[in-house]
Design a protein. Sequence first.
Length: 127
Amino acid sequence: MAESRYLHTMIRVGDLERSVKFYTDILGMKETRRRDVPEGKYTLAFVAFGDGPEVELTYNYGVGKYEMGTAFGHLAISVPDAYAACDAIRKAGGKVTREAGPVKHGTTVIAFVEDPDGYKIELIERK
């Protein structure tokens, strides 16, 4: 496994275009590729920062909403300034669910935002 590398995380979304817009326009990721599979009744869109791991957004035809469940926690993104990132995300129409500030019992500054389907995204300040 020495030459293995992490590729992507898949999440199911209820509205593919709305989700792509959030990840690209609000978070600043780029759509790297898209694949429509009519015979399987699904479309995949991949988004990423540069050449890093991707988030695979999976839209299953006709499914507009998913239950979150209790197992999945969040995606995490490093940002140079969590306070500024929250301001920018809020101004762009994104939802901040935990304002930037030190993590409980620590000094690392974090924040949480939520995508249109309710997935949590942790912003971790790395200067």
